[in-house]
Design a protein around this ligand. Structure first.
Ligand SMILES: [Cu+2]
Length: 563
């Protein structure tokens, strides 16, 4: 991070590559490339090819080793963890998706909890982004559960058993298998690290702050949180990050929760087990308890959002603008496809044995591209911001959610700025342009080949398109849905974009996943709270639905094929 020239940076990287722990090296290198000016425009190879152990299961790793030992190339299929006797297995494709895991790791690299502004700049709305990115993971997981006839996730309770156990079938490169947790484990203190009591105390202090409407900073001053910025402070104290105004008092609820939950297989350190999947961003979502943990955090954030006054008709309105029709061109259809990635870095190589080709084949959720079509009438030329949400319409019993119940479960699909003309406007927006998602990262081999070509002066490869790997994989934009078509409300809101100064620059490829990942080194491009206008209570849906600029339509998401 402190290197002044490219040559120094590369030589330092090479030096440490030989001398530090390899996991630490990869983390440090990725963090430095993301945050240093020298790293601008560098496309980092997909982590599932760099540290495959953390993205696939032990069975596949074992086969790759055998292939190398016997010098027989091979392609090995990854099965999702668990057997059919475990209902959670139905949604393992989500928590174990290699692209979703890369998004989660990269989010935490883009917004490290240890970030200190002395490193060079401020991470704008980091606490709020922590809330929003994880809230979106939670609602997306719930939508996948509903697609697979499962109930939505219940939260974690410190005084109740952790219902789901987990056998990760994942191994470290060095240090053995990730620990297993049986069903219905009860929380125990983790010796010398974190006590259950502390979790309850910190949670109570945070809930107190929400009820009081202010946070107490280290010096005793009160920070008002009953406003739009409150969520940002809350995110900082709940994670907690170095931005927390009082980590001594509010603790580190989220980070400690990952550790205490992760260590329940060996809370007293009797068996000398390595850290669990919960303690690595790469692997945490594999454990279904991750989503319980985040539902618990999410409900605390909701308690705060519910303490704010609902938006008034003026706040969510856009005078002179009417959204007259919301439609989709193309069928909303999902399917599973096979994807192959390289496993060479999972096995040890030596000078005396050739490297053989080893790869993994995994089944991934994808969908057909589609286009939104919005008919908007405007009484004048003006900039507007369009927000698109997809909200499950029914719970697992088939009962239709009320507007107020359903709005918290909405999946953010897209947010974009547009210039309305006076009169009738027809706006088409492609699903592939979503500002929530990123395209598939090219393989390490493709990046090497294309980089060599570019150095030789003949590459047409669009590197900038892949500059960021934080963002929901575009192929997972739609939840799976069902064979007969699962109903969702497609909620669209068109509001005033005049006070968002950056809207002209937003179509640049390197900013494409800004809604949940921000823009490196810049202010978050939207002045409204994340989730607006559905983030606050809607006690009277007529306020929302009678505004001309907000509308919804019911759509169905079809799943084609087998799972
Ligand atoms: Cu996370």
């Amino acid at each position: 991070m402190n290197c002044k020239t490219w040559a120094t940076a590369v030589k330092n990287a090479a030096y440490f590559r030989e001398r530090v722990n390899e996991g630490e090296f990869v983390y440090a290198l990725y963090a430095a490339v993301i945050h240093s000016n020298l790293g601008e425009g560098i496309v980092l190879p997909p982590l599932y090819e760099v540290t495959p152990h953390l993205f696939t299961n032990s069975e596949v790793i074992q086969k790759a080793y055998t292939a190398q030992m016997t010098q027989t190339p091979g392609k090995f299929r990854i099965e999702f963890t668990g057997s059919k006797k475990n209902p959670e297995q139905r949604v393992a494709y989500f928590g174990e998706d290699i692209g979703m895991n890369v998004h989660h790791v990269t989010w935490h690299l883009d917004f490290p909890f240890w970030w200190n502004d002395a490193y060079g700049y401020h991470l704008d709305r980091k606490g709020e982004l922590f809330f929003w990115a994880h809230h979106q993971l939670t609602v997306r997981f719930d939508a996948e559960r509903l697609s697979n006839n499962l109930d939505v996730v219940d939260e974690l309770y410190w005084d109740k058993p952790i219902k789901e156990g987990f056998a990760p079938h994942t191994t470290y490169r060095y240090g053995g298998e990730f620990p297993t947790r049986p069903d219905n484990a009860r929380f125990e203190d983790v010796d010398g690290i974190v006590r259950v009591r502390d979790m309850i105390i910190h949670e109570t202090r945070i809930r107190d702050a929400i009820a009081q409407g202010y946070i107490t900073a280290v010096d005793g001053t009160k920070i008002d949180i009953r406003n739009s910025e409150g969520i940002d402070h809350l995110g900082d104290i709940i994670e907690s990050s170095f931005y927390s105004p009082n980590a001594r008092y509010y603790g580190s609820l989220h980070n400690d929760a990952h550790v205490i939950l992760g260590r329940q297989a060996d809370p007293h350190g009797k068996f000398n087990l390595p850290p669990s999947v919960m303690e690595h961003f790469e692997t945490a979502t594999r454990d279904p308890a991750f989503f319980r943990l985040h539902k618990y955090m999410d409900n605390i954030f909701k308690e705060h959002k519910d303490s704010l006054p609902p938006y008034t008709a003026e706040e969510i309105g856009f005078p002179g603008v009417q959204l007259t029709r919301v439609g989709v061109e193309g069928k909303l259809e999902t399917f599973f496809e096979d994807y192959e990635f390289d496993l060479k870095m999972a096995v040890d190589s030596s000078e005396s044995a050739n490297e053989v080709d080893v790869s993994a084949a995994v089944s991934r959720l994808n969908h057909n591209d589609f286009t939104y079509k919005f008919d908007i009438k405007s009484n004048a030329a003006k900039p507007a911001v369009v927000r698109v949400f997809l909200c499950p319409r029914r719970d697992s019993n088939g009962i239709i959610y009320t507007f107020e119940e359903g709005r918290w479960n909405c999946i953010e699909m897209d947010k974009f700025w547009t210039k309305l003309r006076r009169g009738a406007n027809v706006i088409r927006r492609k699903s592939s342009d979503s500002s929530v998602t990123v395209p598939d990262v090219p393989s390490f081999q493709t990046l090497i080949t294309e980089a060599d070509k570019a150095v030789a002066g003949n590459s047409g490869f669009d590197f900038a398109h892949y500059a960021r790997s934080c963002g929901i994989p575009n192929r997972m934009l739609l939840p799976k849905g069902s064979e007969t078509g699962m109903e969702f409300a497609l909620v669209v809101s068109v509001t005033d974009g005049a006070s968002d100064e950056q809207h002209d620059a937003l179509e640049d490829a390197t900013t494409e996943s800004h809604t949940q990942c921000g823009i490196h080194g810049e202010k978050y491009p939207d002045h409204q709270p994340m989730g607006f206008p559905l983030d606050r209570r809607i006690p009277d849906e007529r306020v929302f639905l009678s505004s001309d600029n907000n509308a919804y339509t019911i759509v169905k998401v079809y799943f084609k094929g087998e799972h």
